[in-house]
Structures are given as structure tokens and as C-alpha cells.
Design a protein. Structure first.
Length: 118
């Protein structure tokens, strides 16, 4: 059974940093992609960043480029999202996700709240 457990959210001020962690278990993730998504109140869930576990290639939402960094630790089966220079518009519930064999994100964590005050 695949499990994704996020941690690291919290309440910070604009300009601060946070690092989110996603501990993955239940299968080998090295042939798939991992991603971070976010959903603000009243808005749709947006993709923030993804990483191909084997190649390390990444994708970022334009509004977070240069501020957020996605990475993975093979030994710990953990994916991270380092978020620097946070802005109030980054406030959302952040979800970790993993793709299935067909390439779609089908496994989800429970979410962690990130709140950035101005």
C-alpha cells in the first residue's frame, strides 16, 4: 500500500523559508515522478513542482521559479520542497503526490498547511 506522509508546514512571515518533506513508502518510486501541489481556499489544486525520481529532471510553476526547489533523497525515499522568500500568495494546503504506471498522479498525501502572513 502506497503511503505519502507530508510534514513541515506552518505559519511564517513573508520572506521566510520553509522545507516540506514527503516520506514515501509502499513501492519503489525510482521509475516514477513525484510532485508537490497546492490548493488555496476557493481555488483549484495547482501543480507546484515535480521531479523525475530516476533522472532528477524537474518542473516548476512559473510563480515559484527561483524561490522553490524540489529534491529527493534516495536513501530516505523522501521528497523535499524547499520554499524560500515566501509570499502571502503561497498560502495553501500543500500536497505530495506520486504517479502510477500510466504517468498520472494517483497517489496523494494528506496535505500540510502553509500560511504566509504579510
Amino acid at each position: 500500500q502506497v503511503q505519502l506522509v507530508e510534514s513541515g508546514g506552518g505559519l511564517v512571515e513573508a520572506g521566510d523559508s520553509l522545507r516540506l518533506s514527503c516520506a514515501a513508502s509502499g513501492r519503489t518510486f525510482r521509475d516514477y515522478r513525484m510532485g508537490w501541489f497546492r490548493q488555496a481556499p476557493g481555488k483549484e489544486r495547482d501543480i507546484v513542482a515535480t521531479i523525475n525520481w530516476r533522472s532528477g529532471s524537474t518542473y516548476y510553476l512559473d510563480s515559484v521559479k527561483g524561490r522553490f526547489t524540489i529534491s529527493r533523497d534516495n536513501a530516505k525515499n523522501t521528497v523535499y520542497l524547499q520554499m524560500n522568500n515566501l509570499k502571502p500568495e503561497d498560502t495553501a494546503v500543500y500536497y505530495c503526490a506520486a504517479t502510477g504506471t500510466l504517468g498520472s498522479f494517483i497517489y496523494w498525501g494528506q496535505g500540510t498547511q502553509v500560511t504566509v502572513s504579510s
